[in-house]
Design a binder for this molecule. Sequence first.
Ligand code: LLP
Length: 435
Amino acid sequence: MTGSLLPAPPLPRELLPDSAAIDAGGRLSVGGVDLLDLCQDVGTPVFVYDEAHLRRRCRQAVEAFGDGVAYASKAFFCLAMARLAHEEGMWIDVSTGGELHVALRAGVPAARLVMHGNNKSERELSAALTAGVGRIVVDSFDEIDRLDRLWRPGDSPKPQVLLRVTPGIEAHTHEYVQTGQDDSKFGFGIASGAAAEAVRRLRHPGSSVELVGVHAHIGSLIFELSSFERATGVLAEFFSPLGLEELCVGGGLGVPYVEGEKAPSIAEWAAAVRGAAGAAGIPASVRLTAEPGRSIAAAAGITCYTVGTIKTLPGIRTYVSVDGGMSDNPRPVLYGSGYEAFLPRATTAARPYTATVVGKHCESGDLIVRDAHLPADLAVGDILATPVTGAYGHSMASNYNKVGRPPVVFVRDGEARTVVRRETDEDLLALDLGL
Ligand code: LLP
C-alpha cells in the first residue's frame, strides 16, 4: 500500500488488555486465545474482551473505594458482564428500565443496584421500587413528585435515595460528557439553591423516601485528578452540614486511547478523592463511593475487523475500509475520539504509513481512525484491530444501514466464550411487523 511516510511507532503495549501476549512472530493472543484464530472461528467484526482484565479492574475498584462502588453499566453491559461485576463485589449502576432488567435477569440482587436517570418514568421507578433497588439517585423535583405518588403510606422500609447535585465544576473533557457544571440537565444545582430545596423536601416528615447521601458525576474521560479534587471540595461544603453517611463521586476516570496519553489508576483516583474529602473535613466514617464504567471496561476490549478495500487517492490520502464502522464504534463520529489501529498478525511491527480507517456505512463521516499508523504491508483480507474499544462501543452500537451488531466474545485461560451472539439479518426484522 502507499500512504504518507511517518515515523514508525509500533502499537504501545499499554493499550492492550492485561493478558495480551505477543509471540516471537508478533502474533497477538489475549486470554490465551490467538486473535487471528478467533476471527477465523467467529468472523468479523467482533468485540473481544479479556475477562481477567475486567475482573481485575472490578477488584481494584472495590479495593480502592470499598463496598458500594458501582460498575456503570452504560459503558458495556450484557448478562455476562453483569454477573462478572457482581461476582467481583461491585454494585451496579443502571440508568434505565432496560439496564435494570438486564441486571435483574443476570441474577444481581436488587439491593446491589443503583437506579439512575434524569427522566425516570413512573414505570421505571415502580420497577425499581418493586425490585427493591439499593439506591435511587433522585434527579429532579418531578421525580420526587413521582416517588410520592407511587408511595403508599405504610410501605416500609422507605427506599434509600441519594440526591444528585451539580457542583458547578467544569471538568476538563469534551463538552458532551461534562455533567458537573451549573448548566446541566442532570441533578440539582448547589449554587442555585435547588439542591438545598430538594433536601428539605426529601427530609420532610411525610417524605416517601429516606435520604442517605449525596451524588455527583462531573463528567467522563477525565484525566486530571484535580477536577475530582475540586468537585469533592465543593461537594463537601454542601454535604458536611447535612450529617449524611454516603457520598458518591460518580464515574469519569479517563483511560489512554492513543499513544502518549496517560491516565491515573483507579487506586490513584480513589486516593485523590479520599484525600480531598479528608482535607475538606468529611469524616472517615462517611461511605465514599464511585461509579467507574470506562476505566473498568475500555482497555479490556479490542475490536477486530477485516480489511475489505484499500483506496489510495494520490496526493490526498489512503482509505482503508473495514467491515464495521460507526455502527459498532460511534465515538469518533460523535466526539472526534482518537484510536490506534494495528494488525494482530504483526502486533509489534513498525507502522510507517498513515491512512484513514473507515467503515462500510453510507456516510463520509463514518470514520474509525482518522490518521491511523499502519504497517507497510497491510493488505486486503488482513485482520485490523482497534484496542481500547471495550467501553461505549458495544453499548452505543446501532443497526444503521441494517448492519448487524458484532458478537461479544470473552476470552480467558485459553478459552473463548461468545456471550452475545452476532446479530443476523433475521434479527434485523425481529421487530418489524411488516404491516
Ligand atoms: N455515573 C454516571 C451518573 C454517569 O452518567 C456515567 C457516565 C458514569 C457514572 C460512568 O462514567 P465513566 O466512568 O464511564 O466515564 N458515551 C460517552 C460517555 C458518556 C458517559 C455517560 N455517563 C463516551 O463514549 O465517551
